[in-house]
Design a protein around this ligand. Structure first.
Ligand code: PMP
Length: 288
């Protein structure tokens, strides 16, 4: 496997960064997870736009243009023979001195890993996930804004560990007000009486690329969509529930906190949107 590291392709075992990189020392950096389907990079422009937005938020100068980044991503897939896979793109603050200030880091580092991924076991796509709400809250926009896709995922990692302690593969994180924000690595949707609901991003949800795709697909299918405040009450009493994410794609949820959601089986609108999503990923994207 070849890794793109600061402008060159290097072997996996030689792909090393400095122990003084602030990405390692402080989680100071940003990333994207991107999918390739049948030699097409899915919604690449949107991923790059979000990356540049995150960079702006943390005053990080990405040392490449979006066009150069796009080409480096395509080339990473080509040199590794990836036609269906997952790309992890990182921009770290780069090498600097000890001490938080990024002023000692003259140049950001860019890393691109083109690989494959399977987030959840296949059976869960058919039978649905059973998830829990965990005590760790999603950080609010006044702290570390969840809209920034930063390398600092400890908040979500703690929640993921709490989920595992309860035997669940994913967890709902509430925000400080007690509204549902999102899951540790996925956005959440419910269907109630034929309408699709998802937490508004101001509740602490990442503006997920898959989330946007599902909203567009629902609108095309004349399913009304509402972005709003949701509490656990709405999720427990929903007809259907599912999660979205680049790695997860679209996965049904059939139980939350010991309450069965709907019939306890993946529902018809979830299946319809899942099918529409699969249709879309095979027809939309930037060719390698
Ligand atoms: N929320 C969080 C916290 C995430 O890490 C992710 C996945 N990166 C998502 C939501 C889903 O976003 P996307 O559809 O862009 O992968």
């Amino acid at each position: 496997m070849k890794i793109f590291l600061d402008g060159a392709f290097v072997n996996k075992d030689d792909a090393k960064i400095s122990v003084f990189d602030h990405g390692l020392l402080y989680g100071d950096g940003i990333f994207e997870g991107i999918r390739v389907y049948r030699k097409c990079i899915y919604r690449l422009e949107e991923h790059l736009e979000r990356l540049w937005y995150s960079a702006k938020d943390i005053l990080l100068n990405i040392p490449m243009t979006p066009e150069e980044m796009s080409e480096a991503i395509c080339e990473s897939c080509r040199v590794n023979g990836i036609t269906d896979g997952y790309i992890r793109l990182l921009v770290t603050r780069g090498k600097g001195d000890l001490g938080l200030s990024p002023a000692s880091c003259p140049r950001a580092s860019v890393i691109i890993i083109a690989d494959t991924i399977r987030l959840y076991p296949e059976e869960h796509y058919n039978v649905g996930l059973s998830i829990v709400t965990v005590p760790t809250r999603r950080s609010g926009p006044a702290a570390l804004n969840p809209a920034i896709k930063s390398l600092n995922y400890l908040n979500n990692i703690l929640a993921k560990m709490e989920a595992a302690q309860h035997g669940a593969l994913e967890a709902i994180m509430l925000n400080d007000q007690g509204y549902v924000a999102e899951c540790t690595g996925d956005n959440i949707f419910i269907i109630h009486k034929g309408k699709l609901y998802t937490p508004d991003v101001s509740n602490g949800a990442l503006r997920g690329i898959t989330r946007s795709a599902v909203i567009e697909l629902a609108e095309k299918a004349d399913i009304p969509v509402k972005e709003c405040n949701l509490t656990r009450h709405e999720i427990w009493n929903a007809d259907e529930c599912f999660l979205t994410g680049t790695a997860a794609e679209l996965i049904p949820v059939v139980k939350l906190d010991g309450r069965v959601i709907g019939t306890g089986k993946p529902g018809p609108l979830t299946q319809k949107l899942h099918a529409a999503f699969h249709e879309e990923v095979s027809t939309r994207g930037q060719m390698l």
